[in-house]
Design a protein around this ligand. Structure first.
Ligand code: SF4
Length: 416
């Protein structure tokens, strides 16, 4: 990272107001762009658990890495790394080969029985592939909107790090060459860049309203914002519209947990149980639930923990809202928000599933649920291919969000 980069500053609540000031500054200096970073990003330290080295995802290496290390690995005395990297079917400069797995498992060929990495031990951290060195750090650049860095939820150490360092940091920095070539229209299914930042500020403030309601009820406000944007038309959405939406919502802070109808809850349970097939235990538990036999209300302590961790998860997920995300495919704004709601409700389901044999929800339950969501729900691209999300219309997404949110358990003493 260049040492000439401007220092990071704290993005402060109310976020809409702060981001409005940032937008005003950027309008005066269009050669600058917004950079956002989760404060946990720079605090991450690998715990060397080896967990990420045993997952069924790709561990790809670049062409440069392959050419630098293939012979070195092949010369290892025992001969076990002779073909440690397998060429991809359609290799390119950045994804040229994959690390081989150990027979009968997904464990990387370099993972030792004591969970250490052979490459790290014998050649140092600098010898690790680009993916191994960067995971779980995620760095995204969508030039015409902004650049962001955050930690991916699929690593077991991340949920706790995010809880310990929940702040958001920002700076204004020169736009990249790539950025300068981008359009600032809604043609790709997202608002323009200024509107994107304001929408993010609006959603963040809705999540932090000083009201005794669950995070799902707060996220329910996003549904009404999406509805308004849809009726206005994404191409016509201006910063002034978002200012008006913000003022209207802040003037009528009267959120209550909306009780869902049994029909909506039945539909939501059906969608969720289909979505969480990567967790057979949760899936079968959800399938047995009936709207009139839902779990008992949470205690005040559990509800507070539950809402706290779901809010942190949602905040981090929203950092990537405007991206055509690799894991989310080519989802537009409406579809992406629907997917986020599905993930949020799945997380809720997981936390309740862990709670069913305990008196209180613990932080550990929440961390486990978030890690599972990150690993199986955010990165399971097969789900996207099978799923119907990409074909959903904006109105279907908005209605789908409403139905999913009929299952709201975050309010102590009052189930949905
Ligand atoms: S090369 Fe090392 S760090 Fe990378 S996946 Fe294999 S064991 Fe893990």
């Amino acid at each position: 990272m260049s040492t000439t980069e401007p220092p990071l500053q704290l993005l402060q609540a109310p976020y809409f107001k702060h981001l409005s000031e940032v937008v005003a500054q950027l309008r005066r200096s269009p050669q600058l762009m917004l950079y956002l970073e989760s404060a946990s990003y720079r605090h991450f330290a690998c715990t060397l658990c080896g967990d990420c080295c045993r997952q069924p995802w790709e561990i790809k290496v670049s062409e440069a890495y392959y050419r630098r290390w293939a012979d070195v690995f092949a010369q290892e005395a025992s001969g076990r790394f002779k073909e440690a990297m397998v060429l991809r079917k359609k290799p390119d400069k950045y994804a040229f080969a994959d690390f081989r797995r150990q027979p009968g498992s997904y464990a990387c060929v370099f993972l030792e029985p004591d969970q250490s990495c052979w490459i790290h031990t014998h050649h140092g951290e600098a010898a690790l592939s680009e993916v191994c060195r960067s995971y779980p750090r995620s760095h995204k650049i969508v030039g015409h909107r902004y650049e962001s860095r955050l930690l991916m939820h699929s690593c077991e150490a991340v949920p706790e790090q995010n809880a310990r360092y929940p702040e958001l940091l920002y700076r204004l920095q020169p736009v990249t060459h790539f950025a300068s070539q981008q359009h600032e229209t809604a043609s790709d299914g997202f608002p323009g860049r200024y509107e994107t930042w304001l929408l993010l500020g609006l959603l963040y403030d809705l999540l932090e309203q000083p009201l005794p309601v669950s995070v799902l009820a707060r996220w329910g406000q996003a549904q009404s914002v999406l509805q308004e944007i849809y009726h206005l038309g994404l191409n016509r959405l201006q910063a002034s519209h978002l200012h008006l939406m913000y003022e209207q919502r802040m003037q009528s802070l009267s959120l209550t947990g909306q009780p869902g109808s049994p029909q909506d809850q039945q539909t939501a349970l059906k969608w969720l149980s289909s979505y969480v097939s990567a967790h057979p235990g949760l899936q079968s538990w959800l399938r047995q639930l009936r709207p009139d036999q839902l779990p008992p209300p949470l205690s005040a302590i559990s509800a507070e923990r539950f809402n706290h961790h779901l809010t942190l998860y949602l905040r981090n997920r929203l950092l990537n809202l405007p991206y055509l995300d690799h894991f989310a495919g080519s989802l537009n704004l409406w579809q992406h928000c629907f997917l986020i709601t599905l993930q949020l409700c799945s997380l809720q389901g997981l936390m309740l599933y862990y709670l069913r044999t305990e008196a209180e929800l613990s932080d550990d339950h929440c961390y486990r649920a978030i890690q599972f969501a990150g690993r199986a729900l955010e990165q399971r691209t097969a789900f996207k291919e099978k799923a119907w999300i990409e074909s959903l219309s904006p109105l279907a997404c908005i209605e789908g969000i409403r139905i999913l949110l009929s299952l709201d358990y975050g309010q102590a003493g009052s189930p949905a």
